[in-house]
Design a protein around this ligand. Sequence first.
Ligand SMILES: [Zn+2]
Length: 447
Amino acid sequence: MLPIIAISLSSLTAPPPPPAHLQAEAIGKVENARIRASVEKLAGFGTRHTLSDTTSATRGIGAARNWLKAELESYAGSPARLTAAFEEFEAPKSTRLPDGARVVNVLATIPGKQKESADRRYYITAHYDSRNTDPMDAAGDAPGANDNASGSAVALECARVLSMLELDSTVVILLTAAEEQGLIGAHYHAAQAAARKDNILGVLNNDIVGDPTDPNVQGGQFFTVRVFSEGLPRNPSAAQIAGIRATSSESDSPSRQLARFVEFVGAQHENNLAQVGLVFRQDRFLRGGDHIAFNDNGFPAVRFSVFREHYDRQHVNVTTRDSLPYGDVPRYTDAAFMGRVARLNIATIINLANAPRPPANARIVNSELGNDTLLRWSPAPEPDVIGYEVVYRPTIDSTWNPEMVKDVGAATEVRLKINKDDHFFGIRAYDRHGYRSPVSFTGTAKE
Ligand SMILES: [Zn+2]
């Protein structure tokens, strides 16, 4: 049997708190008025249907993507801290692309500054295309203000603010097309990234984040953004399913740890961030969005979306009510709320990008029966890591409990007098600045 390092938990100095000051400064740079102006600008292209005009300078998806790329380029600075590009491909024929189509995503990359972390990529995504009542109507107006100029405008503002920071890991802002045709732009990007073996460790998909009101409550308004996350992977292997069953980890996928991490970060800030409402589904009931394309390619990804939707204003033709345009138009989006959503994205990305990656090979060593729990994990590769925390929760709890955290210092092994039958365990790494990684859920090993 291997010797077990006995450590006295009470003798350790506490790890540093998360660095709130730097984050507060960054999120303070968000300008609600810029987000509002971007929504107006995008809606002003009339339609951003994927099959709409690509040659006009003022109308259609071509004008919209040219503007998005130019806007991203305007944040680059000198020397350039950000690069913007189109990602173009020929999509094959499909139900909503009967002749196929040239689909163009817009992306911006902010390279990571720490050698050991620059391979890690964190995404903010939004689809910029739109539709009206008829998903095939490429000519009629489809302003798509809430769905999804709101997410695109939030992503733009995040790009502007994040490009001003020195972040350890690489950040990508991805604006996709043909989402309304079946997540086609996102699927292409995610499949290419998977083929390249890109190390994408977190995707925040912003889709319908503009309207905080409740259609059932007069004057009802929320500060909450729902955060959706998948539980089970798509097409798992028999071995994967066996592993999930053995450890009862059906609610502890990497995407769900990412969702809990968003809540963990949000709780460190008061007042001016959107509040996190975790929903343990991949998306709204039987519906979808671009994060699913990343999930399908094996990447942790979550969706941000408003607390309630107005189905009479979404995916519909613009009409007139009380002499005013009615439909998915900018007047039903709220700049202050979108600002909150942008700040939640930025705070989350700062923490993801500057924190260590989740510890690899986190496991419960299960060589003998006992009421103690022996945990091991691999040391983190980042040079600024100074310690690890074990988090745990009763199996019937849905999220990690801030009271159930054990600091173990620089050890990569610990035996706890907490029963593994009744609890789930996870490991996270922290660095000398106080940034904590998302949680690695523990698997199991006999060793
Ligand atoms: Zn959408």
